[in-house]
Design a protein around this ligand. Structure first.
Ligand SMILES: [Zn+2]
Length: 310
């Protein structure tokens, strides 16, 4: 009985907080910093029909699966099925660096390697804030990323803030949208101070500009429902130096239709030959040659991208 009463209080607190914040956004328009009291211990809002008939949202414990505060990526065993849908409660997010966001390198292929995040210019000591409300999953040093913080959000998305100089939060802290996480810097493998921002779902990085507007309409999320296909989780479809054509997929039908246009891309590794690639991927050498406009005698370069299916 006590548990029931407690749950009810918890639930009412959540709901009260949620309606408060909705009102606040409606009144001030751009005031997207949510007020405190919205999320309680990782349980965002609600899932029941209230006496007045209002249908509330589902209770979801974002710490239920793969909540590992010691590992940068605990999702190694996770296989995503495409396309998948991401939903956002709000249409706004907080800019991680509170100044004009200058993107110095985009999500995409860079120097023959995958750049799985975007680089946003900053000066060491600049504040870095959480883009969305959530819970801090990881705080620590991760080889090339240097001092990093990972926040898990209530739709399952995670945002990673790398090359930091200082931490202002600890793991399991609940953070609001726009709340200070730490200070920017150049730790790890960074050429000069900047924020390397990764947006990922179950360990798979997604093109951040596919979900969030960084320059035009800065601070807005592109849609409440966004469908993600492999095009948006594979850096080799994009270039770090050029903005991709960011065609938004807002429904499952659109996403499925776009899948037929997707091709599997293979990146040549050390020691690869056409026959080895053909054997290992079940595609004939002839098909590879035709699709990539190369000869059977062509020399392959490490990092070269090959289309594998026609
Ligand atoms: Zn980077």
């Amino acid at each position: 009985m006590r548990l029931v009463a407690f749950s009810l209080i918890l639930f009412l607190t959540c709901f009260y907080g949620f309606s408060q914040s909705q009102q606040a956004s409606a009144v001030t328009g751009l005031d997207h910093k949510l007020k405190s009291g919205i999320f309680v211990k990782g349980l965002p809002t609600i899932g029941i029909t209230l006496p007045n008939g209002t249908k509330t949202k589902e209770l979801k414990d974002i710490k239920a699966s793969h909540w590992d505060t010691n590992r940068f990526n605990p999702f190694k065993d996770e296989i995503l099925t495409y396309p998948f849908k991401l939903t956002f409660d709000d249409s706004l997010y907080a800019a991680p660096v509170n100044k004009d966001m200058v993107i110095t390198s985009r999500y995409g292929w860079r120097w023959g390697r995958a750049h799985q995040g975007i680089d946003i210019d900053l000066i060491t000591g600049d504040e870095v804030v959480s883009m969305l409300p959530g819970i801090v999953r990881f705080v620590g040093y991760n080889s090339g990323h240097g001092k990093s913080i990972i926040v898990r959000h209530f739709n399952g998305l995670e945002t990673t803030y790398a090359h930091l100089s200082k931490y202002a939060v600890k793991v399991n802290d609940t953070v609001q949208m726009g709340e200070l996480l730490g200070k920017g810097g150049a730790t790890g493998n960074a050429r000069g101070s900047h924020l390397h921002l990764i947006v990922s779902y179950k360990g798979t990085p997604i093109h951040p500009e596919y979900l969030f507007n960084f320059t035009k309409n800065k601070g807005t999320i592109r849609a409440k429902e966004i469908w993600v296909t492999k095009t948006w989780t594979r850096p080799y479809f994009h270039s770090s130096r050029q903005r991709s054509k960011l065609e938004l997929l807002k429904s499952k039908d659109e996403a499925l239709a776009s899948l037929t246009k997707e091709k599997e891309i293979y990146v040549v590794k050390k020691g690869d030959t056409l026959s080895r690639i053909s054997r290992r991927n079940g595609v004939t050498i002839r098909t590879i040659c035709v699709a990539n406009n190369i000869k059977t005698t062509s020399v392959l370069r490490i990092g070269q991208k090959l289309v594998l299916d026609l």
